[in-house]
Write a protein that binds this ligand. Structure first.
Ligand SMILES: Nc1ncnc2c1ncn2[C@@H]1O[C@H](COP(=O)(O)OP(=O)(O)OP(=O)(O)O)[C@@H](O)[C@H]1O
Length: 285
């Protein structure tokens, strides 16, 4: 597996988050969060439960409006731009809890992603499915030959999503996000609930998406082994603040990161995973 590729000199970030704050009533979910996502990188956001990872993802993709700070994408301030327009600009995402239309086939779910790119959002796209059908011929080649082949889901293209294993559903969600032709693919816990084999498959797809499609990846993930293996840059959140960021090696050596996980109550598991990540990173070096 190709890992932690050396990068050239720093270029302008594709995505820049600056001083982002988000409050829900009295709860400060995010507080002065700042980091950049370099083009072509794999960047991971990690942190204990309740650290603010999902809130950050929702703020970047436009589902939440921050109370303060700014988000720039391709140099443009998108802080006040609605979610569907952000998607059309090239911010494609998947969700922590699978958000596929379970009664529809794999192919129709992917088409909705493509349609969302062309029109408005996935829900509008559902409404206009009739029109989407007329665009089918034009879209079919792109969808079938690139995304379905790439994600190795040819054999299930006509299967209803509800009949698929969890791992395959996550893969279909990734296919739908890819159908939006994103410049940044935002993956919310892409391997949550997967077994080892499914996790390794997904890790390979993530690396291939970057290598073959030139897509930049921003992910939230709890699987530390995978995060440390794949990422160029890791951002660590705790209580809504960035407590550390840098390469996997830098983050793993940070005492505050270890303290944050110590306080999470998951320490045994996370320690083991951090060590596993360090071991496999060394093995890959
Ligand atoms: N819609 C909401 N209304 C009120 N509080 C919220 C809302 N969403 C998140 N929060 C609070 O904001 C904080 C950050 O939550 P968030 O879900 O972003 O964390 P997380 O890091 O994604 O957690 P997990 O790893 O468990 O998914 C928590 O204190 C949470 O209770």
């Amino acid at each position: 597996m190709e890992t932690n590729q050396p990068r050239g000199p720093a270029t302008a970030p594709l995505l820049q988050v600056d001083g982002v704050t988000l409050t829900f009533g009295g709860v400060k979910a995010l507080s002065g969060v700042g980091f950049g996502v370099q083009p072509g990188s794999i960047t991971a956001v990690i942190g204990p439960n309740g650290a603010g990872k999902t809130s950050l993802f929702n703020t970047i993709s436009g589902f939440y409006r921050p109370t303060g700070g700014s988000i720039r994408f391709k140099g443009e301030d998108i802080t006040r731009i609605p979610a569907p327009r952000r998607a059309r600009m090239g911010l494609g995402r998947s969700f922590q809890n699978i958000a596929l239309f379970r009664g529809m086939t794999v192919l129709d779910n992917i088409k909705l992603g493509r349609h969302a790119h062309l029109k408005a959002n996935v829900f509008d796209a559902l409404f206009y499915l009739g029109r989407a059908r007329r665009e089918e011929a034009e879209l079919r080649r792109d969808i079938e030959e690139r995304i379905i082949d790439f994600l190795e889901i040819d054999h299930i293209r006509h299967a209803p999503v509800s009949a698929l294993s969890y791992g395959l559903q996550k893969r279909v969600e990734m296919a739908r996000a890819l159908a939006m032709q994103p410049e940044i693919l935002m993956l919310d816990e892409p391997v949550a609930g997967m077994n080892r084999e499914e996790t390794e498959d997904m890790a390979r797809f993530i690396l291939d998406v970057r290598a073959e499609w030139g897509v930049t990846v921003l992910m939230v993930e709890h699987d530390m082994g995978m995060v440390m293996d794949l990422s160029d840059h890791v951002v660590v959140l705790n209580f809504g603040q960035v407590i550390a960021q840098g390469t996997p090696a830098v983050v793993q050596a940070d005492p505050e990161v270890n303290r944050a996980y110590l306080g999470s109550g998951n320490v045994g598991d996370l320690r083991r995973k951090l060590q596993a990540g360090a071991t496999s990173a060394q093995g890959a070096a």
